[in-house]
Design a protein around this ligand. Structure first.
Ligand SMILES: CC(C)(COP(=O)(O)OP(=O)(O)OC[C@H]1O[C@@H](n2cnc3c(N)ncnc32)[C@H](O)[C@@H]1OP(=O)(O)O)[C@@H](O)C(=O)NCCC(=O)NCCS
Length: 169
């Protein structure tokens, strides 16, 4: 928990290393109990400064970070132009919303989601069905289940809800 002010801003290339490190920490803490070779290889290949640099240069990606005392505590990543058959009215995916554990439950996730929703009014996203904290978080923010899909990693299949907000009007 923190009472320090949280600031949100677009990510810059100088943030690439911190983004990679925070991503590895949050991914392992959220999805693993013990680090297998498969999980280690996944995070070390998926979350690299080089990949974040390329995301920051991509015209279809919007990446915002949350900082406390000029340190990274969370980020959101939205990619536009990504169709989802279960949500035909939306073509922007909230690909990642990560908050470092000591800063959870302080409103950081909600603020990042609000910022992402301001630039993309029709978002869809995937959430692991066993990630109950995140499921509750998105439910609180008006997202509903539109179907499901599997995330495959090695031999493992991980069921994900496809979520979106109901259309207005
Ligand atoms: C899910 C996540 C993004 C939420 O971010 P956060 O900064 O903790 O969320 P907020 O503080 O804005 O919480 C907003 C609401 O979400 C719900 N919520 C958040 N954490 C919760 C928890 N542990 N238990 C129950 N509800 C919770 C609550 O309704 C909360 O409102 P409240 O505190 O007024 O009751 C964050 O926990 C996280 O990064 N988790 C690890 C990575 C992850 O799972 N990302 C999502 C993958 S799709």
């Amino acid at each position: 928990m923190t009472n320090a002010p949280i600031s949100i801003r677009p990510a810059r290339t100088a943030d690439a290393h911190a983004l990679a490190a925070l991503s590895i920490q949050v991914w392992l803490a959220t999805y693993t109990e013990g680090v297998s070779d498969l999980f280690a290889r996944h995070v070390l290949s998926e979350f690299t400064p080089e990949k974040f640099l390329s995301l920051l240069n991509a015209s279809d990606v919007v990446l915002h970070i949350a900082e406390v005392d000029e340190r990274l505590v969370g980020y959101s990543l939205v990619r536009s132009g990504v169709p989802q058959p279960l949500v035909p009215e939306a073509d922007s995916e909230l690909c990642t919303l990560y908050v470092q554990e000591p800063f959870t439950r302080c409103g950081v996730g909600s603020t990042l989601l609000q910022t992402a929703s301001e630039s993309h009014d029709r978002l869809w996203l995937l959430v692991n069905v066993q990630n109950l904290r995140a499921c509750r978080f998105y439910e609180k923010h008006g997202f509903v289940v539109r179907g499901s899909t599997d995330f495959v990693l090695g031999e493992g299949r991980h069921r994900n809800h496809v979520l979106a907000r109901p259309q207005r009007g």
